[in-house]
Design a binder for this molecule. Structure first.
Ligand code: HEM
Length: 444
């Protein structure tokens, strides 16, 4: 079995493969793929990597034939750096811990987190002043870290952890992908010192909170850490302190930049579409008025959901990674064992036959009749199958509460004359800088 029958993406340079094209414009490469075929081969130097970008082939890899895959090379590398939480673990450990942790994201729990989120969103709205200029990406980054930390740790115990996470997490997230992609032989380089220091400090701070929380009788408390410490499997066994630490760190890695970037892009697009903004304001006014936003309000804000769905379609997780553990047929092509496979959500979500004029921001694409006209599995911003995001509802809850709290009080616009934000890629297509000016609305 060989990969030679799979069409190669255009623009390969002998010896270097597609690296020059990818370095020059990675998102441009992904955008162009729809014209080239459902299963493609791209060469990273001399290493072949298979790329899938259509609803059917993405579903085959993530769901239908998901058992033929593991997470792959990058995760093998990330594991020793950031631990073995749900995002990295495999096999029996993943199944057991996923079962233990899943109930922490059930509706009853989300209701409790919603009141923490609503308080955080009001505090953010209270902190702004008329005419202030912010970098929306940075502000949302800090906000998402503090909000997640506030739901993870109980307020009294978690304060020092929140402070440390706010400092160290951005350093880790900034370099995690580069650090994992760099060869192991370069691990000792001084350029990784800041990363290693921040990763070690975050581990030790989380360890301290775990010790204090365990000692303070966590049964009956509802912050995520207390729930993790109280969780028991069928045999009555719980998670070890190291497992709890890895799961907390994973949630911080997986749940902050993603939510922050979605919020920042949503604010940016709303600022450029006063018609959409008007609709949202009317919706919020009708559903909520002036009181704080609650869990029960969220289903009554479908316009906000559409804006978030469209922001994540355009600027979501760029690619997921897998490796075959046995020979498998995808899109009619045979792929041997031990092949790296990239699932490009960015390419899938910008296919012009699914989303005409795909680069345009248009929340109406998420009206029920438009959604029904597209094939199943056309949109998977949170992945699919057994590795699907555990925090999907959590993040949409947080983002909806945040927008519904901020928008009626503040009008945000890009700073006149500022360059449009460019998309940088880490895990998300997140904005580089997003200068926005804030104005108080008349009503308040
Ligand atoms: C807009 C926000 C978010 C986006 C776009 C997002 C996206 C994703 C995606 C695409 C995956 C699948 C990865 C794969 O298949 O390789 C994933 C997994 C995961 N996410 Fe999220 N996520 C978000 C928010 C969150 C939040 C808020 C949390 C936690 C509080 C979280 C925790 C996780 C975890 C633990 C996994 C691993 C699940 C597993 O493998 O069992 N995510 N996320």
């Amino acid at each position: 079995m060989s990969l030679d029958s799979i069409p190669r993406v255009k623009g390969r340079v002998p010896g270097l493969g597609h690296v020059p094209r990818l370095l020059h414009d990675p998102l441009g490469v992904l955008r162009s793929l729809h014209a080239e075929g459902p299963v493609l081969r791209i060469d990273i130097g001399t290493m072949p990597v298979i790329l899938v970008t259509t609803p059917d082939t993405v579903n085959e890899v993530l769901v239908k034939k998901g058992r033929s895959f593991r997470k792959g090379r990058l995760f093998d590398r990330i594991r020793p750096l950031v631990g073995n939480g749900l995002g990295n673990s495999e096999g029996a450990q993943h199944i057991r811990n996923r079962r233990l942790i899943q109930p922490m994201f059930y509706k009853e729990r989300l209701e409790g987190y919603a009141s923490v989120m609503s308080g955080r969103a009001q505090a953010l709205a209270d902190s702004w002043s008329d005419g202030q200029v912010i970098d929306a990406n940075q502000v949302m980054g800090n906000y998402a870290i503090e909000t997640l930390a506030a739901t993870l740790f109980s307020a009294d115990i978690g304060r020092p952890a929140v402070e440390s996470v706010r400092e160290d997490l951005p350093v880790i997230l900034k370099d995690m992908l580069r650090r994992a992609l760099a060869p192991k032989a370069l691990d000792g380089l001084p350029i990784w010192r800041a990363f290693d220091r921040s990763a070690a400090r975050m581990r030790s701070v989380i360890d301290d909170v775990i010790t204090t929380t365990r000692a303070s009788n966590p049964e009956g408390r509802t912050d995520l850490l207390s729930l993790l410490l109280s969780a028991r499997d069928d045999t009555g066994a719980g998670l070890t302190d190291v497992e709890v630490r890895d799961e907390l760190a994973t949630m911080l890695f997986a749940g902050t930049e993603t939510t922050a970037s979605t919020l920042a892009w949503a604010l940016y697009h709303i600022g450029r579409r006063p018609d959409v903004e008007e609709e949202l304001l009317a919706e919020i006014d009708k559903a909520i008025g002036d009181r704080p936003v609650t869990f029960a309000d969220v289903p009554r804000l479908p316009g906000i959901t559409r804006v978030l769905d469209e922001a994540i379609r355009l600027h979501g997780v760029v690619t997921l990674m897998r490796r075959t553990i046995e020979p498998v047929t995808i899109g009619g092509y045979e792929i041997p064992a031990d092949t790296e496979v990239l699932i490009s959500l960015y390419a899938l979500h910008r296919r012009p036959e699914l989303y005409p004029d795909p680069d345009r921001f248009d929340p109406d694409r998420w009206l029920p009749e438009q959604v029904a006209a597209r094939p199943r599995d056309h949109v998977v911003p949170f992945g699919a199958g057994n590795r699907k995001c555990i925090g999907d509802k959590f993040s949409w809850l947080e983002a909806t509460i945040t927008l519904a709290t901020i928008l009626p009080r503040w009008r945000l616009r890009s700073v006149p004359g500022s360059k449009p934000p460019t998309e940088a890629t880490s895990s998300m297509a997140h904005p580089t800088r997003m200068p926005m000016v804030i104005h108080q609305r008349q009503k308040h």
